[in-house]
Design a protein around this ligand. Structure first.
Ligand SMILES: Nc1ncnc2c1ncn2[C@@H]1O[C@H](COP(=O)(O)OP(=O)(O)OP(=O)(O)O)[C@@H](O)[C@H]1O
Ligand SMILES: [Mg+2]
Length: 115
């Protein structure tokens, strides 16, 4: 099964093709590296796959869910670890787990108490 399938994904900013019709398939369990020089469009591609920005054209499917038509379903299935750590320094480790878990609809606190 392809966990990620990208079909002619394109992003245009101010008439400039930032991502030019890329297509690729990633199998479940596969580790995939997206390499390219500065400004190649890597962050723009990952932002489209995470539904942070819409593609100009094309589509991609995460576990068969479309980033264009089913963004909520895609967001429910993915986790993104950016270069900068995205935790709240004013919260404790446990509070961060509870906050981020609940953002995904999990009852973290109840489960932490059980352990
Ligand atoms: N919101 C935007 N508006 C206009 N141009 C943009 C926008 N976001 C990115 N770009 C341009 O798109 C190109 C690709 O940027 P992107 O950040 O995707 O590259 P990258 O491969 O992640 O680069 P790096 O290796 O430096 O992180 C760059 O020329 C950038 O200036
Ligand atoms: Mg980048």
């Amino acid at each position: 099964m392809n966990i990620v399938e990208v079909n002619e994904l394109t992003k245009i900013y101010d008439g400039r093709k930032i991502v030019d019709s890329i297509s690729l398939k990633i199998k479940k369990g596969e580790i995939f590296g997206l390499l390219g020089p500065n400004g190649a469009g890597k962050t723009t591609t990952v932002s489209m796959l995470s539904c942070l920005i819409p593609p100009t054209s094309g589509d991609a499917f995460i576990e068969g869910k479309s980033i264009v038509r089913e963004s909520m379903e895609v967001k429910r299935r993915i986790g993104v670890v950016p270069q900068e750590i995205a935790l709240y320094p004013t919260l404790s480790a446990k509070e961060n787990l509870i906050f981020w878990g609940e953002m995904y609809g999990h009852l973290v606190e109840e489960n932490l108490e059980k352990e």
